[in-house]
Design a protein around this ligand. Structure first.
Ligand code: ADP
Length: 504
């Protein structure tokens, strides 16, 4: 049976061009002094629901704990909404739609959305720390990616609100009314912005439920809605578990529902809404392939593959969790990857040097452990660096499986953790066939020097996004969404707006 953890860092022979690699990479990793982020996240001890422009206690009087996955400490209490609270949220949204937001000219709506973006920028550092404490992602990601990108989504859609005549040229567009939205825990604030900004720009009012393990930044954003003077009821935030989510998705007032989460829950929601006239968009799971040809810029591709799967602990639906590498360079590429992941720092997410933070919950950590154990059992070869992990909190070492075949569970199932499965291919057709041989189709990456190959691959890959010589790049102007069991509908860009309006 292969060992689960590498015992001692091995010194790989040489670089591809024959020079030995510098010593410091292969001894113990340099010890950096702790560099914790110090901004005050200004957390409240208890967060209530946000309904009709006010924070209100849940009618059932129940609260649940928000746990910091980095140290398992309770950081706040979150209100648990029941069906009556969801009703109240929809009533507030309907009233706002009928009396204020739905009637307001787009150029006026734009001012509020713009204000939300600016206020979020003003409090960016505070939001980044809160996001890291609640969800476990490294502060450098929350600070440099999640929060600025969330603000960018509000800015971009503020720009659209007075230009809606250009969303569907030749047609008039109108808002749908009240929309219900449920989001997951991997990008709590960013997913919120993806969902809220286009719906607001189009003139809809909203009831949204964040994930149970990451509700805090949504409720902090509600403080910004108040500061921005957003009319009461335009956005309502209900927190809770799956039953609250089901109540949001199934509510008769919702003209449209938008869900991001697991394919399993997406299917449950679709079944429960079959036969209704609700519009629906689903952004579900993924099992993306990063495809590296022998003429790729190798060191950039190594970085791209590492970024694609170890970024945000692999808690990314479009994570490049499969590497398809061209056979002639497979051994060399794998050696470089192993060398690179030995230098990744796993630990306190609030430390500015941390590359891989905490796994979001104990439950998610167990799911990762189960699938990794299945990979070992099915005969794939595992590699994990010998980095130290904190004794408290939920952590997982970056993991690479080689010798993986298409039938292995680790090649087919979404792991949602820092685990990469490596497969090889000989021809372009074989790469396309293997990449598409999955139930999912959210994203893919192609690494090659040849533009013609990129064009051919991006046509043949059944994935909503195909990145070329890069990975995990996002922009509010660019639509994002899936094929097959990865869902339907698009978020971002003009296409994203089309999913929040009716053509009249
Ligand atoms: P993940 O596997 O990423 O945790 P889930 O699909 O379980 O994804 O959860 C995503 C979101 O869906 C969360 O906000 C969760 O509370 C919510 N949810 C879970 N079950 C249901 C359901 N039956 N109906 C609606 N929402 C649900």
């Amino acid at each position: 049976m292969p060992t689960l953890t590498e015992k001692k860092p091995q010194r790989p022979a040489t670089r591809a061009h024959g020079r030995p690699l510098p010593e410091l990479i292969f001894g113990d990793l340099w010890e950096f002094d702790p560099a914790p982020e110090t901004a005050d996240p200004k957390l409240k001890a208890r967060y209530d629901l946000f309904i009709g422009g006010k924070f209100v206690a849940p009618s059932g009087g129940k609260y649940f704990d928000a746990i910091n996955p980095a140290n398992e400490q309770k950081i706040a209490e979150i209100a648990q909404a029941n069906a009556a609270d969801v009703d109240a949220a929809y009533a507030a949204a309907k009233k706002a739609f009928d009396t204020t937001w739905g009637k307001m000219p787009g150029r006026e709506r734009a001012k509020y959305i713009f204000r939300i973006a600016r206020l979020l920028q003003d409090r960016a550092r505070e939001f980044a720390v809160a996001e890291t404490m609640d969800g476990g992602k490294p502060i450098k990601e929350a600070r440099d990616f999640d929060v600025p990108m969330a603000a960018a989504h509000f800015f971009y859609h503020a720009g659209w609100a007075d230009k809606l005549d250009y969303v569907a040229p030749g047609r008039n567009v109108a808002p749908l009314g009240v929309v219900g939205q449920v989001i997951p825990w991997n990008f709590p604030l960013l997913m919120l912005a993806w969902k809220l900004a286009p719906a607001l720009a189009m003139g809809n009012c909203i009831v949204i439920k964040p994930a149970e393990t990451t509700s805090i930044t949504a409720l902090k954003l509600a403080e910004i809605f108040q500061d921005a003077g957003l009319p009461a009821g335009v956005i309502n935030i209900v927190t809770g578990f799956g039953d609250t989510g089901a109540a949001v998705m199934g509510h008769p007032t919702a003209a449209k529902v938008a869900f991001t989460g697991s394919t399993e829950v997406g299917k449950i929601i679709m079944r429960s809404l079959a036969g209704t006239d609700k519009k629906m968009t689903m952004e579900l799971g993924g099992k993306a392939a990063n495809i590296v040809f022998d003429d790729a810029p190798i060191d950039q591709a190594v970085e791209g593959v590492v970024n694609g799967i170890f970024f945000n602990q692999g808690h990314v639906c479009c994570a490049g969790s499969r590497l398809l590498v061209h056979e002639p360079i497979a051994a060399m590429f794998l050696a470089k990857l192993k060398t690179r992941i030995r230098t990744l720092r796993v630990g306190d997410p609030l430390d500015k040097n941390t590359d891989i933070g905490a796994i979001n919950s104990r439950e998610q950590l167990k799911r990762i452990e189960t699938l990794v154990a299945a990979g070992v059992k099915e005969g794939a070869e595992i590699f994990q660096p010998s980095c130290k992990l904190p004794t408290k909190g939920y952590y997982y070492r970056p993991t690479i499986f080689s010798g993986v075949s298409m039938s292995h569970r680790i090649a087919r199932e979404e792991i949602f953790g820092p685990v990469l499965s490596v497969l090889t291919f000989r021809t372009l057709d074989e790469a396309v066939e293997k990449a598409n041989n999955t139930a999912y189709g959210l994203s893919a990456g192609v690494w090659t020097d040849k533009g013609s190959r990129i064009l051919k691959m991006s046509t043949e890959l059944k994935a909503g996004v195909v990145w070329a010589n890069t990975y995990n790049k996002f922009d509010p102007t660019s639509p994002f969404g899936g094929y097959k069991e990865s869902g339907f509908g698009r978020e971002g860009g003009r296409q994203g707006l089309l999913d929040y309006c009716k053509l009249v």
